[in-house]
Ligand binder design. Structure first.
Ligand SMILES: [Zn+2]
Length: 117
């Protein structure tokens, strides 16, 4: 990162670490033993709780993936590659980084990616 101010990176880093801790706390809540109540007396309720459990696993998966993205961005900061688009190698717009610090791509590449989906 040659052209970008150090303060900007520091601010982003702080944001990312905050976000990471936030996700970690959320994950911890999700990983706590699901409370299977004492009142499992109908199949219907049991099925509901199984659904809830698999929802939880889904949320955990999403949180872990998000944590991975944040870690990836933090690694890029340490390597001095932060703010560089992983697709075209250009600088990612600062305003995009403000909103989405863990973004790997610049606006144009992001747009192209969304089109494919
Ligand atoms: Zn790009």
């Amino acid at each position: 990162m040659i052209t970008r101010a150090k303060n900007f990176i520091l601010k982003i880093k702080e944001k990312l670490i905050g976000h990471f801790n936030d996700l970690k706390a959320k994950l911890k809540i999700q990983q706590e033993e699901p409370e299977f109540g004492d009142d499992i007396d109908s199949f219907e309720e049991e099925a509901d709780e199984t659904t809830e459990y698999s929802n939880r696993l889904g949320i955990q998966q999403t949180l872990k993936e998000e944590m991975g993205e944040v870690e990836h961005a933090l690694n890029k900061i340490d390597e001095g590659k932060f703010g560089i688009c992983e697709k075209c190698g250009k600088e990612i717009e600062p305003e995009l980084l403000e909103i989405d610090p863990e973004s790997r791509f610049c606006k144009a590449c992001k747009k192209n990616q969304n089109k494919k989906k």
